[in-house]
Design a protein around this ligand. Structure first.
Ligand code: FES
Length: 153
């Protein structure tokens, strides 16, 4: 039935949400679970602002129905670290002051994190290829690449 709760595991925490199964995962994360790490950019799977990890792999949560995240491990920016104790990828982006408006940045961090989980020592070209489909309107790609390179080391 549409009212049956969905069981999710987000940032290593099991939870239940009362959302329609076709609801975009992004909306459940933001509206039901109050995780605002993933951002709403295009809503079409094109900009990468909403990127989360599903079973460790980068996924665009604006185009993924919440039902398909059931039984899988969802990780948002909040799952990588805290303000007091940022994770290594987050710390690299902080060190490099990579944000301008900052809207795209969480998705960039999640994309780099996903790459590092499957390939701990990517080349600059591999980082570039990975970030190629994350859009930044401010044009802060130089700083973002510095941060991504620092995250590798
Ligand atoms: Fe999901 Fe743009 S908001 S890709």
């Amino acid at each position: 039935s549409p009212s049956a709760p969905l069981r999710l595991c987000v940032n290593a925490r099991p939870c239940e949400v009362a959302a329609a199964p076709e609801t975009a995962l992004l909306h459940v994360l933001r509206n039901d679970l109050e995780l605002n790490g993933p951002k709403y950019g295009c809503g079409l799977g094109e900009c990468g602002a909403c990127t989360v990890l599903i079973d460790g792999v980068a996924a665009r949560s604006c185009v993924i129905p919440v039902r398909s995240a059931q039984g899988r491990e969802v990780t948002t920016l909040e799952g990588l670290g805290t303000r007091q104790q940022p994770g290594p990828t987050q710390q690299a982006f902080i060190n490099c002051q990579a944000a301008q408006c900052g809207y795209c940045l969480n998705g960039m961090i999640m994309t780099v994190e996903a790459l590092l989980r499957r390939n701990p020592h990517p080349s600059e070209q591999e980082l570039r290829n990975e970030l190629h489909h994350n859009l930044c309107r401010c044009g802060t790609h130089v700083e973002i690449m510095q941060a991504a390179l620092q995250a590798v080391h």
